[in-house]
Design a protein. Structure first.
Length: 73
């Protein structure tokens, strides 16, 4: 699955704070911008994986799953 999201990075003191605008809960930090970017990719992957696992657990085996795409400006 490939998606495109908006990453936001802000320098606060000695740290870079990072979050993904479109998905609440995807946030992290790093001592360097490089660290913050790496950590944000990892956090995004973990949140998407956890959300998918929770959804699979919550719905019945007869549920219909299919990809969906939208264009957002």
């Amino acid at each position: 699955m490939i998606g495109q999201f908006t990453a936001v990075y802000m320098k606060r003191g000695a740290w870079y704070l990072a979050y993904v605008e479109e998905i609440p809960g995807v946030n992290t930090q790093g001592r360097t911008l490089k660290d913050a970017k790496r950590n944000l990719r990892e956090a995004l992957g973990m949140v998407l994986e956890a959300n998918r696992a929770l959804a699979h657990h919550a719905h019945s085996k007869s549920a219909i799953e299919e990809p969906i795409s939208i264009a957002v400006e």
